[in-house]
Design a protein around this ligand. Structure first.
Ligand SMILES: [Zn+2]
Length: 127
């Protein structure tokens, strides 16, 4: 694996983690919950989600979209958001002329996401 391929892999992982975080923000902020504590839990049974059940995309696929404890279905929207961010980050890496361009494009996307998150949160609060 050369440096370019390693960078692409890291960009994918970074995007997946970012998507996972955006899911947390979109879920918790409208409920006026902290985005840090307590750790993630199943909305159906309340069990805290172990770290290995909380790996973006991979855990969703391994658990077949269900809670590891009560088997309640988990919305595919979480998977979709994680994949969207992962692929966006990867595409930014692949089409950036250099590392600086990647970070500028990616952080612009992050800024837009934060703004969009704010709009989603406000929309959810009103509806
Ligand atoms: Zn559960």
């Amino acid at each position: 694996m050369n440096f370019y391929q390693l960078g692409a892999f890291m960009a994918l992982l970074w995007g997946l983690a970012l998507g996972s975080f955006v899911n947390v923000v979109w879920y918790r902020v409208p409920l006026k919950k902290s985005i840090v504590l307590p750790p993630s839990s199943c909305p159906a049974c309340g069990q805290f989600i172990k770290w290995y059940h909380n790996i973006p995309v991979l855990s969703y696929l391994l658990l077949r979209g269900k809670c590891a404890y009560c088997k309640a279905p988990i919305s595919p929207l979480y998977l979709g958001v994680e994949m969207l961010f992962g692929l966006t980050s990867l595409i930014c890496w692949l089409f950036s002329a250099n590392h600086l361009a990647y970070y500028i494009v990616l952080y612009s996307a992050v800024a837009l996401t934060i703004i969009a998150s704010g709009l989603v949160v406000r929309w959810k609060q009103r509806n």
